[in-house]
Write a protein that binds this ligand. Structure first.
Ligand code: NAP
Length: 252
């Protein structure tokens, strides 16, 4: 299950909330860490400044990414749909093109990214995504469709990728590694809530978990009611961390 060869990781989007949690988890594991963030956000990484290498610049800048990922065994990328300049797909493409061919690539996104047509969304969820996408486009601040395009390219790639699909997030102390499932709508995910620190934990753990290669796990906090009720569902003996494959009610 574990490749255990990870020594140096690049975190693309290191200055955000998820990114800084990932920096901490990666340092805790003894990895050498390279962080990429926008120039203006470098001060947000001040608490780690003497322990990590910072490459300032836009995450969709191919030269910035080429420099940052050089020699990295793993690349953790925060995919965000900000702006209307194909920021997500540009970031994903730069990582896919420039990371070492054998590197583990782990990308973050939300439940709205569908993988294989078997995800089942509630009307409420779909409506919320549609409204957010339209409003974001209207004010030219958010490009949800581009995050979808970024993931389409990742799914089509033969790189060693994992796309982690986060539920709604909250702050708070760690509850441990989230539970995951292959499909939105599986009952184990119904609580739709994960601590951000644990989302980051799942991303970093995925670096050394080869069972997650070419998977798009949808995650939920392991102490949420749905996880506690349904984590044992499904055929896998490692059900606490593995997919519950049975069908269930879509999340409300
Ligand atoms: N928020 C949620 O409820 C939620 C739910 C499910 C999944 N997710 C996923 O979780 C991941 C992290 O999201 P988050 O909401 O928790 O935010 P976050 O960790 O704070 O990350 C936001 C990232 O976006 C960057 N950013 C902000 N404004 C930008 C702009 N105008 N142009 C370019 N980059 C900009 C930030 O960089 P700076 O530090 O430079 O500002 C930071 O790297 C994303 O992949 C998201 O899809 C989020």
């Amino acid at each position: 299950m574990s490749t255990d060869r990870t020594r140096k990781v690049c975190i693309v989007g290191a200055s955000g909330k998820l990114g800084r949690y990932m920096v901490r988890h990666a340092l805790d594991r003894g990895y050498d860490v390279v962080g990429v963030c926008r120039e203006r956000s470098v001060p947000k990484l001040a608490p780690f400044a003497d322990r990590i290498t910072i490459v300032p610049g836009p995450t969709n800048d191919r030269d910035v990414i080429r420099t940052a990922v050089a020699g990295c065994d793993g690349v953790l990328t925060v995919l965000v749909p900000w702006g209307v300049r194909q920021y997500s797909s540009g970031t994903a493409q730069a990582v896919l093109d420039h990371a070492d061919p054998s590197a583990r690539l782990v990308f973050s996104c939300g439940w709205h990214i569908a993988r294989d047509g078997a995800d089942r969304y509630s009307w409420r969820f779909k409506a919320a995504v549609r409204i957010a996408a339209r409003l974001g486009r209207l004010v030219r601040a958010v490009e949800v469709d581009d995050q979808v395009e970024a993931c389409r390219r990742i799914f089509a790639s033969d790189r060693r990728w994992t796309v982690v699909r986060g539920s709604d997030l909250e702050e708070g102390p760690s509850q441990g590694l989230p539970v995951w499932s292959r499909h939105i709508g599986d009952p184990v995910l119904a609580s739709n809530l994960t601590r951000r620190v644990d989302f980051a934990l799942f991303m970093v753990e995925a670096l050394t978990d080869d069972t997650l290669v070419h998977e798009a796990p949808a995650i939920v906090g392991r102490l949420t009611p749905s996880a506690q009720t349904h984590a044992g569902d499904g055929p896998s003996p490692e059900a606490a961390g593995n997919p519950a494959t049975s069908a269930g009610d879509p999340p409300e």
